[in-house]
Write a protein that binds this ligand. Structure first.
Ligand SMILES: Nc1ncnc2c1ncn2[C@@H]1O[C@H](COP(=O)(O)OP(=O)(O)OP(=O)(O)O)[C@@H](O)[C@H]1O
Ligand SMILES: [Mg+2]
Length: 346
């Protein structure tokens, strides 16, 4: 008899391996990025401004800016017979994937809606074209979806134009559109950043609920560690275009194994870290295209030695689904020594 794990293997929604993305004629902005999102899992992607979060998402969606290019690596959506490799895919494949298998919401919902059409019309049209529903069925399903995403008076909202709705309502409309085709993966890139904290909490709760009811996987991009702590099973920490640490959220936030993660958590104030944002670390992150032979965080790292800057730092597998791109990963812990910048054992 086969074991339970053989009968019911963990399914993979997305596998990104060694992804490299350049912008503006060859400036490398995302390099050597690898991660996996399992079915029904929510993964938080954090890092300072410019660390490559949005380009990573846009590479997955096939929506890089005009000057952007995937230079290497693999992006595989789904597994088994459903797997599709996206990096070399034709435009029609990307269109198909975006239509049905990956949904996305961004920071500025208004710019993704047509101002001259009612929001109901825009959702119903999507349902008609992509879901092959009749006009009546598309209307009814749209009202149902508006209700599901928490819009009061969903039948009334159906007939409203984008300018008549608040930012929070527009984001709910976008989420309804994003999940309308039952995608496997929903990417939310700073989807709650522009909203006030109450609405932000409601939208995050909605995303968590949709994940459960629709069996979605979620990739949640945010500057806010509290958002990850509340909403994500696993965390990916990006710095200078690379993933520098990954692992189960509770473990990484309790015991970070990369000095950058420690710094952005504000280790000295552990206990109140959860409302801190990521813009508190002295110094500047490297710009896109800035070549550095060694660790990209070394110039800002309290623990860096000459060795850190001399050559590439491999990703260390720490076991338990955790990785760190730091030569000291096995020795770093949340001790007072870390916060005072004293030496940690080599
Ligand atoms: N269209 C573009 N042309 C040139 N450079 C770009 C372009 N888009 C992004 N970049 C550069 O690529 C790097 C990564 O950008 P990206 O937008 O992915 O960062 P991010 O982590 O999403 O930042 P933020 O938190 O501010 O949204 C940055 O250095 C940025 O300046
Ligand atoms: Mg971004």
């Amino acid at each position: 008899m086969s074991s339970p794990s053989e009968e019911n293997p963990v399914r993979t929604t997305l596998e990104v391996a060694d992804l490299q993305v350049s912008v503006a004629g060859g400036l490398v902005a995302v390099q050597d990025v690898s991660f996996e999102i399992r079915r029904g899992e929510s993964v938080g992607l954090v890092g300072e401004s410019g660390s490559g979060k949005t380009l990573t998402c846009r590479a997955i969606l096939g929506l890089l800016p005009a000057t952007g290019r995937i230079d290497g690596g693999r992006i595989v959506l789904g597994d088994g017979a459903d797997a599709v490799e996206l990096t070399g895919a034709r435009r029609s494949t990307w269109d198909q994937v975006r239509a049905v298998r990956i949904g996305a919401v961004f920071q500025d919902p208004a710019s993704y809606l047509n101002p001259s059409l009612t929001v109901g019309h825009q959702l119903a049209e999507q349902l008609r074209v992509k879901g092959s529903l009749s006009r009546r069925a598309a209307h009814d399903r749209a009202v149902e979806l508006f209700d599901e995403v928490g819009l009061h008076d969903p039948a009334g909202v159906f007939h409203q134009y984008p300018h008549q709705l608040s930012g929070g309502m527009l984001q709910r409309v976008l989420i309804a559109i994003a999940v309308s085709c039952e995608p496997e993966l929903l990417i939310a890139d700073e989807a709650t950043t522009a909203l006030d904290v109450v609405i932000q909490a409601e939208i995050l709760a909605l995303l968590r609920r949709l994940r459960d009811t629709h069996g979605l996987s979620l990739l949640l991009v945010t500057h806010d560690l509290a958002v990850v702590a509340e909403s994500c099973d696993r965390i990916l920490v990006m710095y200078g275009g690379q993933v520098v640490e990954s692992g189960p959220t509770d473990q990484v936030l309790r015991d970070p194994r990369h000095p950058y993660t420690q710094a952005l958590m504000g280790v000295a104030t552990i206990g109140s870290w959860h409302r801190r944002r990521l813009d508190v670390i002295p110094g500047q992150p490297p710009a896109a295209g800035e070549e550095m032979p060694g660790c990209r965080f070394a110039p800002r790292c309290a623990h860096a030695t000459a060795a850190c800057e001399s050559g590439p730092v491999p990703v260390a597998d720490l076991g338990g689904d955790r990785t760190s791109r730091c030569v000291l990963a096995g020795h770093l812990s949340l001790s007072p020594r870390v916060t005072t910048g004293q030496e940690v054992p080599a």
